[in-house]
Design a protein around this ligand. Sequence first.
Ligand code: HSE
Length: 442
Amino acid sequence: MRTVHIGLAGFGTVGSAVFRNLQSNAELLARRCGMRPEIVAIAAKNLSSRAGGAERAAARLLVRDLDVLVADSRVELIVELIGGCGVARRLILSSLRAGKPVVTANKALLAEHGREIFIESRRHGAPVWFEASVAGGIPLIQALREGLVANRFRLLYGIVNGTCNYILSRMTLEGAGFEEALREAQAQGFAEADPTFDIDGYDAAHKATVLASLVAGGCVNFRKVPVEGIRHITVEDIRFAQRLGYALKLLAIIRSLGPNHVEVRVHPTLIPVTNRLASIHGVTNAVMVRGSVVGDVEFSGPGAGGDATSSAVISDLMEAARHVVLQKERVKGAPLPQPPSAVGSVASRVAPAESIVSRYYLRLGVLDRPGVLARIASILGAAKIGISSVLQPEGHEGRVVPLILMTHDARHGAMLGALARIRRLPVVKSRPVVLRVETFES
Ligand code: HSE
């Protein structure tokens, strides 16, 4: 049976889980795939030969640096699990230039330098696999590229950051405070090294960029993706949303607007409690895809953590190994086998934030006086924003009371203009809370 030799870069939570799970499932993988994947060299910091178990075995494979890993003539493909856009980018580019296929879980790198990487991948006939970059252990990328290859994707939305979903779930179900829930998520090991990437929405936006590139068929520029995190979310707003029949989730939302043209955004979103994503709690990720042929398809599963992510990395690694074997055994001059529907290296257009249309939830702190609602309604009316419902809950003492307005569809630009006018009203006493509302009916 053919052994495929692998170079592994990075031995953190995911790298060590890949090493361990490859070893413990070696026979199963060989039986299922007819090949033996073997890690023959590892480049990693902080891998001590004194550590026990898998670490001691891995330490015997340590090489001096990333250049040695790429130059190692035994290494037929590279698995990059370092993360970030510095050395990881250089490693991937030099692997591709050496004609060595790459498996990566690096969503930040793909989102910020994807175009450069896919151009280089094409130029050198060395594919890049990236299943583990989005939604942890859910085989979502493979489904979009292969299982749903017959479809155009009209809409894709989902929960793609486990840390935020964990925090919002704890706030919703147990009334926990934001900081307390974040500390728990960090303790359980699924938050990013710098958790601001999670709570400010950047991790989800990196993943949304990767997914949007697949939906659009060409690379999306991460810098053009509007992002809003969950730092400002309070239990109070979650409770008001519940009274109105909604749950609050951090969502990535992608709509196809035509070939190489997409709307993509990440923000906290009110969704009807009847939507399936409303009952996805904890670190679980869930994504809904609306395909032109198949209709709506849902995916859910563990979105973070070493073992779950290693499952996705190993799946890619076996595909990459198959590619290596096919490539080496192909008849000279025959076309190179390519993975299906790879991301094109052309750039896709992204809809500007101001043009995006959605419904809104507004919570204002206002003086409880006659005429206040009328003044706010007239500003919204002048901006052609219709109000769909109003809630001024009883039981609030004092001069300032909460006023909650739900609107019909409005352009984001029009809403920003109206909000600027509303904030200037002397009767409005606190910064408005503004959240999008989505029903995904069309
Ligand atoms: N920090 C990420 C999350 C996991 O919480 O979903 C890795 O993508």
